[in-house]
Design a protein around this ligand. Sequence first.
Ligand SMILES: [Zn+2]
Length: 328
Amino acid sequence: MQIRDVINFLEKIAPPVYQESYDNSGLIVGNRQAEVTGVLICLDSTEAILDEAIEKGCNLVVAHHPIVFKGLKTFTGTNYVERTVIKAIKNDIAIYAIHTNLDNVYAKGVNEQFAAKLGLVNTRILAPKRLRKIVEIWEFQPNLELTEELSQAGFYPDTAERQLRIPFDVGEKGILLNILDKHGIKNNHYQIISSENVSTKVGAGMIGELPQPMQEMKFLKFLKNTMQTGCIRHTALLGKPIKKVAICGGSGSFLLRQAIQHKADIFITGDFKYHEFFDAENRIIIADIGHFESEQFTIDLLFKHLSNNFSNFALHCTDLTTNPVQYL
Ligand SMILES: [Zn+2]
């Protein structure tokens, strides 16, 4: 079993084209053709995680968060990102990240797992994604000039198995096809797929209902207990039962408007800032349970997906807690 087999399987669940433009999901370090000796699943691929992978005999780390988001210019080990990459390369360990693409899928993704923990029913995507079209080029030969030109023009191509997939907005079609034409890629070499404007199966956050309404404080205590968090930072209670619940694993404060529009009684996520709490304006309860806490069960989720499909290599969940935030 090769690393690419694991990647291909995961990308059927969460296609990389569904990731956000700032993201860096995918194979960050490593060789797709390497045989898998074992897989270690975690949220953050830190140096300690790589030590754990070495100890457990795993040469593939599957992480939720990409260790590298932006271009690295030096590899001198002056920060934890550089040190992690150096350690991975020296020890022949591949690092694969499955981040906002796993956040954005309705089925089998981060928020489905989160909603299931809270027992939500009638769930749907909170902010459906405007699905863009995709140019899919067959028999693609690696071409650095082309990929550079594409990224300069604001396209984020995705390469896999001799295919190049380039998501684009309808308005960018002319620019994109011109670039391809310039590099000798004619319309018999590609197809344009996906014409849906908005998908109900892809997007950010989730909204659903509790099977039975719950008193606010009772719900917050249930939330604290279920999500195993040391602290919930929340806005004023509104004196009415909780029935409709909006959630977003990770940093979800950007979805507050949608949560209010959908008349959620409470919005649960991580990383709310002080001033953002004011925006609740007694229309909703904001409950910040912590970024790590809201996504911690993603490790179990990935374990479940991989263990259902692969039995020919060892699969481990990390024994470490990579949450950098601690509570007194
Ligand atoms: Zn996250």
